[in-house]
Design a protein. Structure first.
Length: 658
């Protein structure tokens, strides 16, 4: 081996030895990188603290140990949440001599009663993470426990005990846990809890579990027209009550709403749903898992979509409406007001903040539970069933008409500009009524696999050469001269900026499909920047998506499950494959997946997961997104450096949200 390989480099200005390796202990990682645990330090993250503590109390209610919860907001940004559940254990923890179990729960990550499944069959709080994270990010926390006719209390500051757990009195009748905390201004700045937001949070939780009573109290100085000083929430009808209030006097396609609840077989949990189809409505959706909101939906949403779509198709066949076979889930759900709540064991989520449920079994459980009820809802009252089918068929006809018009324009554009289409574009034939999709893939290898995996009638493939130009830091002339961007623009057919024409867009969905690694994320970020700057209307109108290819294939006892990333892999190994010998295959890129695997995991609409990229509706929020893009992708590298230094734990999430 040549000695030239070991020539001494100039000193870099700092030694790299054992003293440079920092080991963070206790809750210090939470304070250093809060974004990794609660998604950031903004107003949304601040209210996430309240949700975590409330979720722990809700878990006690769902488990049948509590029926009353109180949320009280005081001046000084002080929030107290109390329940009448079993109370945190206060005896000495067997693995930590000299420490109470309460102190271990409050000061140790991944400690709690939700791992074994013995204390909670289903739970919504961050499993052993939530309350300790709240403690770490609060300047003051006080926990008071009434248990075994005694009251104990302990106080903390920024995660550190301010004294041992101590007895403060006796109580013959009271039991439960009370947590009072003040979010730390060192972490959240001058941000304060919004009374209206907390009030709505308490109300929504009461709808999600019919057996619980939630009491709201608010300091007089914080009371407003929207937020009373006191209120009591209890809704015996659960989601059905919520939906009726939400619909109000609006006229609906059917006078009766489709509501119900069903326990899953083998004690695997339960599902509750409420659906209405108002006339002249844009609709809304609310998804929950174990009382936790999952705003991005997920596998439980897929189960409901499947049940409603298949049910209406079957009803159409029963009543002799042959065209009903062309009904899609969007036809059924567009304009509908939908609420879905599931309770399942060991749920898996896409991120620490649980925005999307990814538990694969949830789709099957929800579809099987809801489908039978929906079939009865349609068939028990044929007039009702025909009214709903007719309304959905009208929406389907409108969709097919728009599709046909767009297809004519697409084919016309193809014929007129055939020589000007990108040479690497493998177009779809568009010979069906289904939506057309363009997959932007990274490199020829991935492009080859995608071409074999695609549906030739509906899916087009456009490979690009690695990382495209960063349009946020490039001049207009440089953007126009870039061949990759020119290919993208020609393929879409809709123009850019002020010349953008929605009607000329040649595809219903534009899907960014890159490798599940850092380089793939960088390419996706550059492409999202391109769309945000050059075609914001395309994004705003919901045409842009991110594919979710897996990074791993896990196999145990001939059963295979795909994992998106290391965290998802760990969840599967600790959950569904716990205690089993697991064979792990890692995909270095899309090109390494055979076409069948790529089709099953990433491209087939029946089994894939797509993330829709959207833009905020509010002007202020859009300005914030533009500011973020300028910081991360703009010409000034100092802004990017400062952002990464200060908020390294949040960068990935903020980019995806943008």
């Amino acid at each position: 081996m040549s000695d030239d390989l070991f020539q001494t480099l100039p000193a870099s200005g700092g030694d790299y030895d054992s003293s440079a390796i920092e080991v963070l202990e206790g809750l210090e990682p939470v304070r250093r990188r809060p974004g990794m645990y609660i998604g950031g330090t903004d107003e949304r993250a601040l209210h996430h603290l309240a949700a975590e503590v409330l979720d722990n109390s809700m878990d006690e209610a769902v488990a049948g140990h509590a029926n009353r919860i109180e949320m009280m907001l005081d001046e000084g940004n002080r929030l107290t949440i109390t329940d009448n559940g079993r109370g945190m254990p206060v005896d000495e923890h067997p693995k930590f001599p000299g420490k109470s179990t309460l102190e271990v729960i409050m000061t140790t990550l991944h400690s709690g009663g939700k791992f074994s499944g013995k204390a909670y069959a289903t739970s919504g709080g961050l499993h052993g993470v939530g309350v300790s994270v709240v403690n770490a990010l609060s300047s003051h926390t006080r926990v008071e426990v009434a248990r075994n006719k005694e009251v104990h209390a302990q106080e903390f500051s920024r995660g550190n005990p301010q004294g041992p757990l101590h007895k403060v009195g006796d109580t013959p009748n009271r039991r439960g846990t009370s947590v009072t905390f003040v979010p730390d201004t060192q972490i959240f700045g001058d941000r304060a809890f919004k009374p209206k937001r907390l009030f709505q949070l308490a109300r929504s939780k009461a709808y999600l579990y019919a057996g619980v009573e939630i009491r709201w109290k608010c300091a007089a100085a914080l009371v407003s027209d929207d937020v009373p000083a006191e209120a009591v929430f209890q809704f015996p009808g659960g989601l059905a009550d919520h939906l009726r209030e939400q619909i109000g006097a609006r006229e609906c396609v059917t006078a009766d709403f489709f509501t119900g609840r069903q326990d899953f077989a083998d004690d695997q949990g339960r599902v509750e749903w409420a659906v209405a189809w108002p006339l002249w409505s844009d609709g809304s959706t609310s998804w929950y898992c174990n009382t936790v909101p999952t705003p991005d939906g997920g596998t439980h949403e897929a189960g409901l979509r499947g049940a409603l779509t298949k049910g209406l198709r079957a009803f159409g066949e029963l009543t002799g409406v042959k065209k009903a076979k062309d009904i899609t889930a969007d036809d059924v759900m567009t304009g509908a007001e939908i609420m879905l709540s599931v309770f399942i064991r060991d749920p898996q989520f896409q991120s620490q903040t649980k925005d999307r449920l990814t538990s694969p079994e949830a789709t099957r459980l929800v579809e099987n539970a809801v489908r039978d009820h929906f079939d009865h809802f349609l068939a028990d009252n044929m007039d009702r069933g025909r009214a709903l089918l007719g309304s959905v068929m009208e929406r389907m006809d409108e969709r097919l008409k728009r599709k046909q018009e767009r297809e004519i324009k697409r084919k016309t554009a193809t014929n007129a500009k055939k020589l000007r289409l990108p040479g690497k574009l493998t177009d779809c034939s568009g010979e069906t009524d289904a939506e057309t999709e363009l997959f932007i893939v990274e490199g020829d290898s991935a492009g080859g696999s995608a071409k074999q995996a695609r549906n030739r009638k509906t899916q087009a493939i456009l490979p690009i050469r690695g990382k495209i130009l960063n349009v946020a830091s490039a001049s207009a002339d440089k953007i126009r001269a870039n061949s990759e961007i020119a290919d993208l623009t020609l393929a879409f057919g809709c123009g850019t900026r002020k010349d953008y024409d929605e009607e000329a867009l040649r595809y219903d969905k534009i899907v960014i499909m890159t490798d599940a690694d850092v380089d793939g994320a960088h390419i996706a970020t550059l492409l999202m920047t391109f769309f945000f700057q050059e075609m914001p209307e395309l994004v705003r109108n919901g045409h842009l998506y991110l594919a979710q290819p897996p990074l791993y294939r896990l196999t145990a006892n001939k059963e295979s499950i795909y994992a998106r990333d290391d965290a998802h892999r760990a969840e599967i190994e600790a959950g569904l494959f716990k205690g089993k010998k697991v064979e792990v295959s890692r995909f270095k890129g899309l090109g390494e997946m055979n076409p069948a695997q790529l089709r099953e995991t990433t491209m087939d609409p029946a089994s894939r997961t797509l993330t829709r990229i959207t833009l905020p509706a509010e002007h202020q929020d859009r300005h914030a997104v533009k500011e973020l893009v300028d910081q991360l992708m703009g010409r000034n590298p100092e802004h990017r450096f400062n952002f990464i230094q200060n908020r390294a734990g949040e960068v990935d999430r903020d980019l995806i949200d943008a």
